[in-house]
Design a protein around this ligand. Structure first.
Ligand code: SAM
Length: 285
């Protein structure tokens, strides 16, 4: 089963991935550096009330720090959150309860595709000063057409941020090596996005962020702990990966993850590549 079909399980596996690899702290550091320098300071607008759009925002774990940084410059924000998991929206709403009077939220509990359809059928041409897609671009239907759609939704002087795995990241490597594991989820890495930008003459800036997660001692071939199972299911994007595939394929995938194609030894530890790239797209004035 495709992991996205069980959204509660997907969120749990994503949380395991984030905590195992210190990903949240990495992204928080990037929020305080790259996001501040390349989004907050570079947004070109005279408006004090800015509109932002988060696509696949989940529980707001990353988006809430974005909002905090934007509030240092802009007194009022209207944020539209597009997120198909109702559980994630409830978690987001509880995190921001009573937090800000000057941030107005609109919640769209559905997919990006449904949101796009709704805007198009209503002839709604609302533009946004900031659009973010953090680790959610994998789930759009037609990445080129959808990026062009989002670019059209940017205000002049506005900035879109796409956070996406690099071509060295374990998840991308697994998709290339075993494309049949989760055929409904697109194989994408930062180069796929920057190629689309180049083809369509969309100016962009790429911030490459090398990162690794410690997998020393994990995934012995005998059995899996709950945490190991969550991690593996997240990477392969299959729920119950171990049960769903033949034993021989399971062993092959574990060996592949630990191989130099995906991992390397750093200071005596086996570290798997979880590179994240930030692509910043600014709409010219
Ligand atoms: C890897 S998580 C990233 C969550 C969040 N941006 C973060 O960085 O913490 C991917 C998110 O995309 C959402 N998602 C899945 N399919 C989607 C779709 N078709 N349209 C929009 N979001 C989707 C998931 O529910 C999940 O919240």
């Amino acid at each position: 089963m495709d992991i996205l079909e069980d959204s509660a399980y997907y969120l749990e596996s994503y949380a395991a991935f984030v905590s195992q690899h210190n990903k949240f702290n990495n992204l928080l550091e990037l929020t305080e550096s790259v996001f501040v320098e390349d989004v907050v300071k570079q947004l070109n607008t005279e408006e004090t009330n800015i509109r932002m759009l988060g696509i696949g925002s989940s529980s707001g774990r990353i988006e809430i720090p974005f909002i905090k940084q934007l509030l240092n410059r802009f007194p009022n924000i209207e944020n539209t959150v597009v997120e198909p998991s109702a559980d994630a929206i409830v978690a987001y709403q509880s995190s921001i309860k009573g937090k800000w009077n000057n941030v107005k939220f609109s919640w769209f509990n559905g997919t990006f595709q449904q949101y796009r359809e709704q805007l198009e059928s209503a002839g709604n041409d609302q533009k946004f000063h900031h659009i973010n897609m953090v680790d959610s671009i994998y789930y759009v239907d037609n990445v080129e057409d959808d990026i062009l759609f989002m670019y059209d939704k940017l205000e002049k002087g506005g900035i879109m941020l796409i956070v996406v795995q690099s071509d060295q990241c374990v998840m991308y490597k697994l998709k290339q090596q075993y494309p049949s594991l989760s055929p409904n989820i697109t194989q994408l890495c930062s180069t796929s996005i920057t190629d689309i930008c180049k083809t369509n003459q969309i100016p962009f800036h790429l911030h490459h962020q090398e990162s690794y997660g410690d997998i020393t001692g994990l995934f012995s071939l005998d059995g899996l702990t709950r945490n190991e199972k969550l991690l593996l299911d997240f990477w392969t994007e299959m729920k119950d990966f171990k049960k769903q595939v033949p034993e021989s394929l399971y062993k092959e995938v574990i060996t592949f993850i630990k191989s130099p194609k995906c991992s390397k030894e750093i200071e005596g530890k086996l570290m798997v590549n979880t590179d994240n790239d930030m692509i910043l797209i600014k709409k010219q004035d």
